[in-house]
Design a protein around this ligand. Structure first.
Ligand SMILES: C[S@@+](CC[C@H](N)C(=O)[O-])C[C@H]1O[C@@H](n2cnc3c(N)ncnc32)[C@H](O)[C@@H]1O
Length: 454
C-alpha cells in the first residue's frame, strides 16, 4: 500500500513535516486492512504492534492512530456522506489507499478537531507516497478543504445512529428488536466504551486504586486513560479485563467449587479465570493454538491454574463427563460493536449463517459431554437470535435429555431487565445506564442455562 513508508520514516525532512505522519500512516494501513481485506481490527493491531506499522511508534502516536481508526469506523456512514457530497464522480477505482486516506482525514476534521492544515497536509503527503493514489493528491487537497469548511455542519444534520449502522444490521435489529431498541443500540456505538475489570477480591479497594467505580455486578469500571498493563494491580494479577456482561455467563453455573468444569471455547480465558477463581477444576478447550497460548499467559499472570486442551470442541471426546460446561461459542459478536466498531464492516449475514451451524455442532457435543444432572451454560456476545434464542429452541427440540433451567429475575445483581420472562439472559449495549454515556453500557450478551436430565 503506502510504498514510501520507509522513505517517509527515514528521509530527513523539516521536523514539522514529519510530526503526526507516522500515526496517520498507521491509521490508514489499519483502516485499509479492515475495510478492504475484512480483517478484524484486534488481529491487525496485534500484528501491527508486533513488527508492523505501529511497532516503532511512541505510545502517544499509537493512541492517536487507534483513535483515528475507531472514529473513522464509528462515524463511517456520516463521513462517507460528507465525502460523497464533494466527490461528484465518486471514489475513483484502483486508487490504492485513497479511500482510507480521505476517510481518516475526514474523521480528524469533522470529529477530532484536528487543525485543518495538519490533517490536510498529512493526507496529501500520504497520497503522494502511494504510487496508486499519488495522481489524486490535488483531489485530496480540494475535497478535504471543503470537508474542513462544511463537513461538521453536514454531519450534524444527519441521523448519526442510522447513518453509521450498515443497512443489513439496521434492518435485522429493527425487525427483531423494534426501531426504538435498534436506535438505542446504534447510539451506543458512537461512544468509546469504559473499561471493565473483573477483580479477584475487594472491588471497592481496587476501584479506589484505579480511579473507578464498582458496578452492581461487582466489576470495576473506569475510563481508560493510558496503557492497561500500567494500571495498578495488572502486574500482580489482581484483575483481568472483561466487559461486565461477559462476566455473567460463568456466574450462571452458580457454585462450581470442587466441580469438574469444561470451558469449551475458552481463549483468551476471561471466563476460565472466573471459574478457577470460584474453585472449579477447569479444562479449558480451544482450537486456536495462538489463542490458547494467550489464555495460558493470562492465567499465569493471574496465578490461576487450569488444564488446557487444543481441540475442536465440536468433536472433542475426552474420557470423562463433566459436572458443568460453559460454551461461550464463537459468534458474529454484534453485541460488542461498541468495543469493536470494525465488526460492522468485517461481518456479514453469511458469517451469521456459518457461525450458527458451528454453534449447533458445538452444543450437540457439549450436551454429550455433560453428566446427568449437570448444567450447561451457552453464551454468545451477539444480538442475533440465530445465535441465541433460536439456537437454544432448536437444541431443545432435537435433544430430549436437556431442559431449560430458567434464570430467575433477581439472580444477577438484581438487574431484572437483563432476564427475559422465558428465563433467558439478554443484555443490550444501551442498558446499565450510569450518570453519563461515557460511564454507561455493557456488551450485548445472550446466555441460556440447561440441565441434562438423563
Ligand atoms: C467468544 S471467544 C471465547 C471467549 C472466552 N470464553 C473468554 O471468556 O475469554 C470464542 C473462542 O472459540 C474458539 N473456537 C472457535 N471455534 C472453535 C472450535 N470448533 N473448537 C474450540 N474452540 C473454538 C476461538 O478460538 C475463540 O477463542
Amino acid at each position: 500500500m503506502i510504498a514510501a513508508n520507509k522513505q517517509a520514516r527515514g528521509k530527513s525532512r523539516a521536523p514539522d513535516a514529519q510530526v503526526g505522519l507516522p500515526a496517520r500512516r498507521a491509521a490508514v494501513e489499519l483502516l485499509d486492512a479492515v475495510l478492504r481485506k475484512k480483517q478484524p481490527l484486534g488481529d491487525i493491531l496485534s500484528r501491527s504492534l508486533d513488527g508492523g506499522a505501529m511497532s516503532d511508534l511512541p505510545q502517544r502516536d499509537r493512541a492517536l492512530a487507534r483513535l483515528i481508526v475507531a472514529t473513522s469506523l464509528r462515524r463511517k456512514g456520516q463521513l462517507d456522506h460528507v465525502l460523497n457530497a464533494f466527490m461528484e464522480r465518486g471514489m475513483p477505482e484502483k486508487s490504492g489507499s485513497l479511500y482510507p486516506i480521505l476517510l481518516s482525514a475526514a474523521a480528524q476534521l469533522v470529529f477530532l478537531k484536528t487543525p485543518p492544515h495538519a490533517a490536510i497536509d498529512l493526507a496529501v503527503r500520504l497520497a503522494q507516497y502511494d504510487p496508486r493514489a499519488k495522481r489524486y493528491d490535488k483531489l485530496v487537497n480540494a475535497v478535504l478543504r471543503r470537508v474542513a469548511d462544511q463537513g461538521e455542519a453536514i454531519a450534524a444534520g444527519l441521523d448519526a445512529a442510522r447513518f453509521n449502522t450498515p443497512d443489513w444490521l439496521w434492518s435485522r435489529w429493527v425487525q427483531r428488536w423494534g426501531e426504538d431498541r435498534a436506535r438505542a443500540i446504534a447510539e451506543t456505538h458512537l461512544i468509546e466504551p469504559p473499561l471493565d475489570l473483573t477483580v479477584k477480591t475487594d472491588p471497592e479497594a481496587w476501584a479506589e486504586r484505579v480511579d473507578g467505580r464498582v458496578l452492581p455486578t461487582q466489576s470495576v469500571r473506569l475510563l481508560p486513560k493510558g496503557r492497561i498493563d500500567q494500571l495498578p494491580g495488572f502486574a500482580e494479577g489482581a484483575w483481568w479485563v472483561q466487559d461486565t456482561a461477559a462476566s455473567l455467563p460463568a456466574r450462571l453455573l452458580s457454585d462450581v467449587s470442587g466441580k469438574r468444569v469444561a470451558d469449551l471455547c475458552a481463549a483468551p480465558g476471561g471466563k476460565t479465570a472466573q471459574l478457577v477463581q470460584a474453585g472449579a477444576s477447569v479444562v479449558a478447550v480451544d482450537d486456536s493454538k495462538t489463542r490458547l497460548k494467550l489464555l495460558e499467559g493470562n492465567l499465569a499472570r493471574l496465578g490461576l491454574e487450569a488444564e488446557t486442551v487444543l481441540a475442536d470442541a465440536a468433536t472433542w471426546q475426552p474420557d470423562e463427563r463433566f459436572d458443568a460446561i460453559l460454551l461461550d461459542a464463537p459468534c458474529s459478536a454484534t453485541g460488542t460493536i461498541r468495543r469493536h466498531p470494525d465488526i460492522s464492516y468485517t461481518k456479514s449475514p453469511q458469517d451469521i449463517e456459518a457461525l450458527s451451524a458451528l454453534q449447533a455442532r458445538l452444543l450437540d457435543n457439549a450436551a454429550r459431554l455433560l453428566k446427568p444432572g449437570g448444567r450447561l451454560v451457552y453464551s454468545t456476545c451477539s444480538l442475533e437470535v440465530e445465535e441465541g434464542e433460536a439456537q437454544v429452541a432448536a437444541l431443545l427440540a432435537r435433544n430430549e435429555s436437556l431442559r431449560l433451567d430458567a434464570i430467575a429475575a433477581g439472580e444477577l445483581a438484581g438487574e431484572a431487565d437483563w432476564i427475559w420472562p422465558s428465563g433467558l439472559l439478554r443484555t443490550f449495549p444501551y442498558q446499565l445506564k450510569l450518570d453519563s454515556p461515557e460511564w454507561s453500557g455493557l456488551d450485548g450478551f445472550f446466555a441460556a442455562r440447561l440441565i441434562r436430565t438423563g
